[in-house]
Ligand binder design. Structure first.
Ligand code: NAD
Length: 319
């Protein structure tokens, strides 16, 4: 029987599906230092990971029976992919499975920002009983998203999902992408009707200057932030910014400065420099809506990830 180790877990439906197809699967998490021994002792042929488990050259060299390394999710920074491939190991990930979940998190932050939910949820438990009217007044200058312009930096899988939701709620969109010149975005409605929009991407400066909100959906390449003080300076006064992409894409110091000075109104962050120990200044800032890197973490995304990994494993061994 072919044995699979899902070291960072996998959905229940994927476990059932793989077992029905004759595989043995363990979801016991083994510490990084024990992994090589466990894989060899138990003769696992498939190692499935998310972001926690590292699959480096040493493991690849010392586990010669491994045939598949599967990553549930987008990035593969935790796997020595090219080295594994050179050794004949089949390496794959599930890049599209969580796009919608990340896109919806962008709007969780956006809807919350424009009505100050992030701040209200902090202050209501502390003083909502005695300072109700004062709090009501301070949150009475909210705004609507409909009719506003959302700038989308990076118009790949997630950027396009974001565009669909934005169009659906009546926002204008301006997209920028280094490589994609235009994209066909299709909205599907409750009654099976469909409507396609061909969106042409624009240069970065135009998007920065004309957006009420900016959302980032590009990979992190190199050490330089794509949004630093200069780019913030080009943005509309009072704009908001969301980063659910990767820590380091925004200069966090410049961001806090611009929030303090009123250049930007608010920010929503799911990703941070120095995760999992982000700056406490950032965490304490009263104009930032915060989530701890949960963009892909929905039940639906985990189901899709499990199904996609399972199908790829089944296809590999049926060859
Ligand atoms: P994708 O590859 O489909 O799209 C990225 C797009 O960015 C591409 O179209 C590419 O051409 C463009 N791009 C690259 N460099 C650029 C630059 N300098 N300027 C402008 N455009 C540039 O990727 P995706 O699936 O949409 O994912 C986007 C990001 O979201 C990734 O960084 C990924 O790590 C992150 N992500 C975060 C979470 C989370 O939990 N918060 C979950 C999934 C993905």
């Amino acid at each position: 029987m072919i044995k699979i180790l899902a070291n960072d877990g996998i959905s229940k439906s994927a476990i059932d599906y793989l077992q029905q197809n004759g595989f043995y699967i363990s979801t016991t998490h083994h510490h990084q230092d024990d992994l090589i021994n466990v894989i060899n002792k138990e003769e696992y042929k498939v190692l499935l990971v998310r972001s926690a488990t590292k699959v480096r050259k040493e493991l690849i060299d010392l586990c010669p029976k491994l045939e598949i390394i599967g990553r549930g999710g987008v990035g593969t920074d935790n796997i020595d992919v090219e080295y594994a491939k050179e050794k004949g190991i089949n390496v794959f990930n599930t890049p599209a499975a969580s796009s919608l979940s990340v896109a919806e998190l962008v709007f969780s932050h956006l809807f919350g920002l424009v009505r100050f939910l992030f701040d209200s949820n902090r202050k209501m438990p502390l003083s909502g009983d005695v300072e109700f009217k004062k709090l009501k007044k301070s949150y009475s200058i909210g705004s609507e998203l409909k009719g506003k312009t959302l700038g989308i930096i990076g118009f790949g899988r997630i950027g396009q999902e974001v565009a669909k939701i934005a169009i659906g709620i009546g926002m204008n969109i301006l997209a920028h992408d280094k490589y994609i010149k235009n994209a066909e975005v299709e909205l599907k409605f409750f009654n099976d009707e469909k409507k396609s929009f061909n969106i042409k991407t624009e240069n970065l400066n135009k998007v920065l200057a004309n957006s009420d909100f900016l959302t980032l959906h590009i990979p992190k390449i190199g050490d330089q932030p794509i949004i630093s003080a200069d780019e913030i300076g080009m943005m509309k006064t009072g704009a908001g910014i969301i980063n659910t992409s990767r820590g380091g894409l925004i200069d966090e110091t410049a961001l806090m400065f611009s929030l303090d000075k009123g250049k930007l109104s608010y920010a929503g962050l799911d990703v941070f420099n120095n995760e999992p120990n982000p700056s406490t200044h950032l965490l304490m800032h009263d104009r930032i809506s915060l989530t701890p890197h949960i963009g892909a973490a929905t039940l639906e995304a985990q189901e899709r990830i499990g199904k996609e990994l399972s199908d790829k494993i089944i296809a590999h061994f049926k060859k």
